[in-house]
Design a protein around this ligand. Structure first.
Ligand code: HEM
Ligand code: HEM
Length: 135
């Protein structure tokens, strides 16, 4: 599996652990005040990162692109900062709301970058392709 796919899965599973901890906290306390933070840590963190990782695992040539690394860092850093900010915002710390706006735009930018990577043609496997074979 390409290294980038490993990175996405490692980040995804960390988000899953944190997301489930928030779910357990709500279930145990019976206070459902951080549902939005729990939902997005799981869906944007775990599910979306794992789907990105799956795409790169199935498209190793695209995993080698520099842009794919930019995509990883933009998505992961945005969601990593978004997770505690959302949690605190749902607890009532409204000072985090402007930061959440910036992070949402950053996460959206990472999705647009991913769309570009998905739609661009696959790289040639070998740089010698099309060259005249040696006699
Ligand atoms: C042991 C694991 C989990 C526990 C204990 C848990 C617990 C909860 C709780 C207590 C709520 C709030 C329900 C309410 O507001 O009435 C909730 C909502 C939600 N959870 Fe989980 N959850 C878990 C795993 C997950 C996972 C893995 C995902 C996604 C992949 C997920 C996605 C969601 C979503 C999207 C909502 C919002 C649902 C809505 O809008 O009604 N949860 N969860
Ligand atoms: C940067 C990206 C995203 C932004 C800015 C965003 C924003 C929002 C907002 C403002 C809400 C309403 C929250 C509330 O009423 O408390 C919401 C709810 C929800 N979003 Fe997103 N979302 C994003 C990405 C996603 C993704 C990728 C998924 C699924 C894969 C998703 C699934 C949901 C679900 C299931 C709910 C209802 C959860 C709940 O009851 O709290 N969102 N989102």
């Amino acid at each position: 599996m390409p290294q980038l796919a490993q990175w996405f899965f490692r980040a995804a599973v960390v988000f899953l652990i944190i997301g489930i901890m928030m779910g357990l906290q709500m279930s145990i306390s019976g206070v459902y005040n951080v549902t939005g933070a729990h939902a997005h840590t799981n869906l944007l963190g775990w599910v979306t990162s794992a789907l990105f990782g799956t795409f790169y695992a199935l498209n190793p040539a695209k995993a080698e692109l520099k842009l794919a690394r930019v995509h990883f860092w933009l998505h992961t850093v945005s969601v990593a900062i978004m997770t505690p900010s959302l949690y605190l915002a749902f607890l009532g710390y409204s000072a985090f709301e402007p930061l959440l706006g910036v992070l949402a735009i950053a996460a959206f930018a990472s999705v647009l970058l991913f769309a570009w990577i998905v739609f661009r043609p696959a790289e040639e496997k070998s740089s010698t392709r099309g060259a005249v074979p040696a006699e």
